[in-house]
Design a protein around this ligand. Structure first.
Ligand code: 9MG
Length: 271
């Protein structure tokens, strides 16, 4: 899989085939509902679909490899029956990623930044697959217990510098990686806002940057919105990200973010 990063932001649609994800858990469990959601995202102009079979929200139930595969592989097949769109597999388990790649996924989205499963770096080296490495302070079960940073942006950048050097030492070149500061993963509302304000600094790492802000709780806390009423605010943040050099936006409502980023890009390109 070769991803082209140009002047246009790529919009990654989220397909959570889980019973317990924070905003759409249980919505996409039957073949019919998954197929409808795929068609909606394709029609809305998604550039990538991210398929996940294990919720990453705090205190989510852990899922076995077999259960995760039973959830994600049929969804990947349904996407492939319809489209050649790039598919990313949202998993921290190398075995799940390997089987997803064999079914047609072409990107690994590892929220642990290659920390939870040692075999993930070998898989990345063997296959040359682009890998999204995300920053998280702690683990999903303790990440929101009093997160602390002296300088949130500097500390996340050092985390990536360490991870990229480690991966290079294990035979995976830096050009294979996309970095993601991990909005909401071990961050307070203030940390998330600082990350969004100082997004341009992440581009100094020399890797494309992904932001996953969609419907997250900091939006609800700032605006007093329930999770199903956060898509307009999500689109507004998407426009800001587009102006600050972000390469990929991971969102639930693809159509709203496509509109927001195309407008932001038109404004940037105007005289
Ligand atoms: C799976 N998942 C949930 N939130 C995410 C985020 O912000 N980034 C990435 N890469 N994956 C996420």
């Amino acid at each position: 899989m070769h991803l082209e990063f140009g002047p246009k932001v790529l919009v990654m649609g989220i397909l959570n085939v889980t019973p317990d994800s924070f905003s759409d858990g249980g919505c996409f469990l039957s073949e019919g509902s998954i197929a409808t959601q795929i068609d909606t995202m394709l029609q809305a102009g998604a550039d990538i679909i991210d398929v996940g079979g294990e919720s990453t929200r705090p205190f989510a139930e852990p899922v076995s490899i077999a259960e995760e595969l039973d959830r994600v592989l049929p969804a990947i097949r349904l996407i492939r029956q319809r489209s050649a769109i790039p598919i990313s597999i949202d998993t921290t388990k190398a075995e799940v990623a390997r089987k997803a790649l064999a079914e047609g996924a072409g990107i690994i989205n590892d929220i642990s930044g290659l920390r939870f499963d040692r075999d993930m770096v070998s898989l990345a080296r063997e296959t040359g697959t682009p890998v999204i490495i995300m920053h998280m302070q702690g683990t999903p079960s303790d990440m929101q217990v009093d997160p602390h940073y002296d300088d949130v942006v500097a500390e996340i950048k050092s985390f990536f510098a360490e991870r990229l050097a480690w991966a290079e030492g294990n035979g995976v070149p830096r050009k294979q990686f996309i970095v993601d500061p991990g909005i909401g993963f071990g961050k307070t509302v203030g940390h998330n806002l600082t990350i969004l304000k100082r997004l341009a600094e992440f581009s100094e790492l020399g890797c494309p940057v992904l932001i996953g802000h969609s419907r997250k709780s900091f939006i609800g806390k700032l605006l007093g919105l329930e999770v199903d009423a956060r898509d307009a605010a999500t689109a507004a943040i998407s426009a800001l990200c587009a102006q600050k050099g972000v390469s990929i936006l991971r969102v639930h409502d693809v159509g709203m973010t496509v509109q927001a980023v195309r407008l932001a890009e038109a404004i940037e390109q105007s005289e």
